[in-house]
Design a protein. Structure first.
Length: 270
């Protein structure tokens, strides 16, 4: 009853596009699993219910399930279905961060074309998330990531590795500082898929600058040192790439070329 009637705050798109850190993505779902002593079969049932609810969200009883046939590219629908089993272990056996990290590593291992060994150590989670967000131009984006100035690569490596879960960190990443909120990258995948296709190096510079300014905003407000429990989901630094200085002098991203706005949301820890 809880899985079908209660709000789980679970957004499938945040997982399959690595848009959100594990905290805001999986915290409510894991709480429901633990408090209800749910099994893997119960979690599987939740996804069956989610799938059928999505199919009927735009009811066309005389025309069949147009939502899936017309509203979802087959690649997107397949990625949704393939991700179901990744969440079945959420609960006592695996935390939010463990489930999320295993999913990211599985996406790298099954990526076509092959990307080689799964990265390890400092910056590995940033690379895993960028590959999933890019959805196609992964090799160009990874090449650009390694060509970034050290200060920009460090910002991406650290901000994309924050979990949003107090006391949790990624097993395979050397970054351990989990102070303060993590960022949820609204439309980050859309930004990287469009801007990253035109100029992957410039797109990553812009993303790094937005994260840098947002982190600086939190530091000035004292939020990163002391969590803002009164307003844990406020937006920080919206806008699009036109408002970010092109510090590297890359002309590839010009006004009017990139449509999606990139917005950050603070994902508070509990």
């Amino acid at each position: 009853v809880r899985f079908t009637q209660c709000r789980m705050d679970y957004n499938m798109g945040w997982l399959v596009q690595a848009e959100a850190p594990p905290g805001p993505l999986l915290r409510s779902l894991r709480t429901a699993v633990l408090t209800g002593n749910a099994s893997q079969q119960d979690i599987a049932f939740y996804f069956v219910h989610w799938f059928t609810a999505l199919a009927g969200s735009v009811p066309t009883p005389m025309a069949g399930s147009e939502k899936f046939v017309l509203g979802f590219p087959l690649k997107v629908l397949s990625s949704f279905v393939a991700s179901f089993s990744a969440v079945w272990n959420l609960g006592i056996s695996q935390s939010e961060t463990q489930v999320y990290e295993n999913y990211l590593r599985w996406r790298w291992e099954t990526h076509k074309p092959c990307l080689g060994p799964v990265p390890e150590g400092y910056g590995c989670v940033a690379q895993l998330r960028l590959v999933v967000m890019a959805q196609g131009n992964s090799k160009l984006l990874l090449k650009a990531f390694h060509q970034l100035p050290e200060r920009d690569r460090r910002v991406l490596s650290e901000e994309l590795a924050r979990t949003g879960c107090e006391g949790q960190h990624y097993q395979h990443d050397a970054f351990r500082d989990q102070r303060g909120p993590a960022f949820l990258l609204y439309y980050g995948p859309a930004f990287l898929q469009k801007a990253g296709l035109l100029d992957p190096f410039g797109a990553l510079l812009i993303l790094a600058e937005i994260l840098r300014q947002a982190a600086r905003h939190l530091a000035l407000a004292g939020v990163r040192r002391l969590r803002d429990r009164h307003n844990p989901h406020r937006h920080v630094e919206g806008g699009d790439c036109h408002n970010v200085p092109q510090s590297a002098g890359r002309p590839g991203l010009r006004t009017g070329e990139v449509q999606p706005a990139l917005c950050l949301r603070v994902a508070d820890q509990v």
